[in-house]
Design a protein around this ligand. Structure first.
Ligand SMILES: *Cc1c(COP(=O)(O)O)cnc(C)c1O
Length: 385
């Protein structure tokens, strides 16, 4: 298969634009020299508005999961209690990491496809003594967004930390760490930030730093945020920085700011909405059972019709068109398919997805009206102009 007919349409990793690939291809720099320092500082400066924070940003060579573990080893002492919202696969993963570290883990179990009710968080935190509440901002396995402003408001004046995974939200969905009261916010490079996998990042509130700076935490070395903070004050990281990926990240952030942050968020909203509308016309109904405020703009998660299996749709799209989307690797396996709508994406990409979906559904003997998906989505995009 040639490059030109490989369409990476996953909810991560996502397509890396040419400009970013060129930046990554530049000669490798010393991670402690002035040339790299200016790239590093610029990346931090450009990413802060996406996070909605004035806090320093710590970068690690890591996938998103590494940052999940890092956030917990820096705030937990052995046996301390955490409350993890489990409304999808990544909430479950966070709970598994916390258990592996020896924390006492309570889960707030929410049916998949729904979002966590801030009132439930309030009830649970008033009933036990938690070090932290862990929430996945954008649950990529179900396409649902949590109401962080409301949850942050509940925890703000308490000693409980709010830990948030926005791996698949940052850069595609609005985040306001400082205003919403998020204490530990993690993300990584390969989703809406339009970079290859490999860079993880975290920002911490002053309230979180008070806990991180205690000496009775879990064992930590590579992940020690105190060391990372000392280095960032020197424009660097404690260990060798993934310099090429950071150069790519900086370029991607320049692109985001050139387009304008609110325009970027609006584009994600518009295109994910149009894709959902088009899929509806193909009788692929949206999986999330939430109002529009809770539906993700970065991941479209669709119910697979009774007569079909999700794996067959995923395989058909790939084999017939080189279009790579995701099924599900958990209890929804076969029942949902997922398409990324984040990062480097335009209306043409959505319309092509729908054309390929229509053809694949027909090939599986699932009758759909010719052109129905493309035309419904195109109409919605045109009407929005
Ligand atoms: C992709 C993703 C992660 C991180 O996964 P890695 O494969 O470790 O990078 C974590 N949380 C969410 C919500 C994600 O979408």
């Amino acid at each position: 298969m040639t490059n030109s007919n490989y369409r990476l349409r996953l909810p991560g990793p996502t397509t890396v634009p040419e400009r970013v690939r060129r930046a990554i291809a530049q000669p490798v720099l010393s991670h402690r020299g002035p040339e790299f320092r200016s790239i590093f500082n610029r990346a931090e400066e450009l990413i802060q508005p996406l996070l909605g924070t004035g806090n320093r940003v710590l970068f690690f060579a890591s996938s998103g999961t590494g940052m999940m573990e890092a956030s917990l080893v820096n705030i937990l002492a052995p046996g301390e209690r955490v409350l993890v919202s489990c409304h999808g696969q990544f909430g479950d993963r966070f709970a598994a990491i916390a258990r592996a570290l020896g924390a006492t883990v309570d889960t707030l179990d929410v049916p998949w496809g729904r979002t966590v009710d801030p009132g439930d968080v309030e009830r649970r935190v008033s009933a036990a003594n938690y070090r932290a509440v862990v929430i996945v901002h954008n649950e990529s396995s179900t396409g649902v967004v949590a109401d962080l402003a409301a949850i942050g408001g509940i925890l703000r004046d308490s000693p409980v930390l709010l830990v948030v995974d926005s791996v698949s939200g940052l850069g595609g969905i609005e985040l306001r760490q400082d205003e919403w009261g998020i204490d530990v916010l993690i993300s990584s490079s390969q989703k809406a930030l339009m970079c290859p996998p490999g860079v993880g990042l975290v920002t911490l509130s002053p309230k979180a730093w008070q806990i991180v700076n205690r000496d009775d935490r879990l064992p930590r070395y590579y992940w020690d945020f105190r060391k990372a903070m000392q280095s960032v004050e020197d424009s660097g990281t404690p260990f060798t920085t993934p310099v090429s990926l950071m150069a790519g990240l900086r370029e991607a952030l320049e692109m985001i700011h050139e387009e304008g942050l609110s325009q970027v968020f609006e584009r994600h909203r518009r295109l994910s909405g149009a894709l959902r509308t088009g899929c509806e016309a193909l009788r692929l109904h949206s999986f999330p059972q939430v109002g529009s405020a809770g539906v993700s703009s970065t991941v479209v998660c669709l119910n697979v019709p009774e007569a079909l299996n999700g794996g067959d749709i995923v395989r058909g799209l790939y084999q017939r068109h080189g279009t790579v989307i995701a099924g599900s690797r958990n209890k929804l396996e076969g029942k949902v398919i997922r398409i990324g709508t984040m990062g480097f994406l335009n209306a043409g990409d959505i319309l092509t997805d729908l054309l390929h979906l229509e053809d694949t559904l027909k090939s599986l003997g699932f009758p759909v009206a010719s052109g129905a998906g493309v035309s419904a989505a195109a109409k919605e995009i045109s009407d929005a102009r």
